[in-house]
Design a protein around this ligand. Structure first.
Ligand SMILES: Cc1cc2nc3c(=O)[nH]c(=O)nc-3n(C[C@H](O)[C@H](O)[C@H](O)COP(=O)(O)OP(=O)(O)OC[C@H]3O[C@@H](n4cnc5c(N)ncnc54)[C@H](O)[C@@H]3O)c2cc1C
Length: 269
């Protein structure tokens, strides 16, 4: 459980971090709560870690140009306790407060979680349901990637080599929007065996996203277009390849998806 030797560099600006990454087989270190366990298991053996945890510009939450902007280096704990998030995106605050334990919430970051793209992580379903965009930066360019384009498979995202997530931008929900997040968690880690995020707009449009079910989080468009709660529940998780592991079989995961969607829709009714 000892990682291979690596070089360590602490960056104080995004530009410094990008420059450090361009000079070799480097990886970003944010909260370390996914990367370091993987390194200890030697699933990941970077030659260099570039620590971005002290870059102030990557932290914090603000409202700007009709969007809620969450710095990629903001911890789950800071999101859970933020007043703007609690009032405008309450399901982000709820979900963040259920992630792992207090140590994980105090170190783990939203950017680290999105970049890692663990199929059982909570943030994927939330950013999808909220129509968020992931903002990235590399040496030459900044990109704005829709959450629906970001997740590409198991631990796989649209991020390119040397690219850093700097912000997550969420359109400010219209007055009267309701949100809910329901999760059936793995009892030891609290990772989602199934997590269901729902956002219902005042015009009745509902976005529904799941995590934990398949190799990547996804928007369930069949459930979204259903005309009633019963029809949405019947349509949910029908057209995807569902994972099966020692925590839950494919059949049980599908059942949980329907139950947790029903709970979320009832909570919003
Ligand atoms: C005991 C335990 C319980 C947990 N429970 C849950 C849970 O209930 N729900 C849940 O969702 N998660 C859970 N997690 C995961 C936790 O949320 C991690 O903190 C998170 O997945 C990774 O964030 P990090 O900041 O620690 O990233 P790190 O571990 O530092 O990095 C993870 C990966 O992302 C890359 N990276 C980091 N930041 C950026 C960035 N800004 N731009 C580009 N790449 C970046 C790194 O290079 C690395 O590849 C748990 C973890 C542990 C150890």
């Amino acid at each position: 459980m000892i990682p291979v030797a690596f070089e360590y560099q602490r960056a104080t600006t995004v530009e410094e971090a990008i420059a450090a990454l361009s000079s070799g087989d480097g990886k970003i270190l944010a909260g370390g709560h996914s990367l370091l366990p993987a390194m200890k298991l030697r699933l990941n053996q970077p030659a260099k870690l570039v620590d971005i945890s002290k870059i102030d510009s990557l932290k914090g939450i603000r409202e700007e140009d009709g969007e809620i902007v969450i710095g990629a280096g903001t911890t789950h704990g800071d999101i859970a306790s933020n007043d703007l998030i609690k009032s405008k995106l309450p399901f982000f605050a709820e979900a963040a407060s259920w992630i792992g334990d207090v140590q994980v919430r105090n170190y783990g970051t939203i950017g680290g979680s999105l970049a890692h793209a663990d199929p059982a992580a909570d943030w994927g379903a939330l950013v999808l349901a909220a129509d968020a965009a992931i903002i990235t930066q590399n040496t030459n360019t900044s990109r704005r990637i829709a959450a629906t384009e970001f997740f590409q498979g198991l631990f796989t995202t649209a991020l390119e080599e040397g690219e850093i997530i700097t912000e997550i931008r969420v359109p400010v929900p219209a007055e009267g929007t309701k949100t809910n997040y329901q999760k059936f968690s793995q009892p030891a880690s609290r990772f989602a065996i199934v997590g269901c995020a729902v956002m219902k707009k005042p015009d009745g449009k509902t976005s529904i996203a799941f995590t934990g079910l398949s190799e990547a989080p996804f928007r369930d468009t069949a459930a979204e277009s259903a005309a009633s709660t019963e029809a949405a529940v019947a349509a949910a998780a029908e057209d995807i390849t569902i994972m099966s592991d020692h925590f839950a079989s494919e059949e049980y995961r599908k059942h949980l998806a329907k139950v947790y969607l029903k709970k979320a829709l009832h909570a919003l009714a």
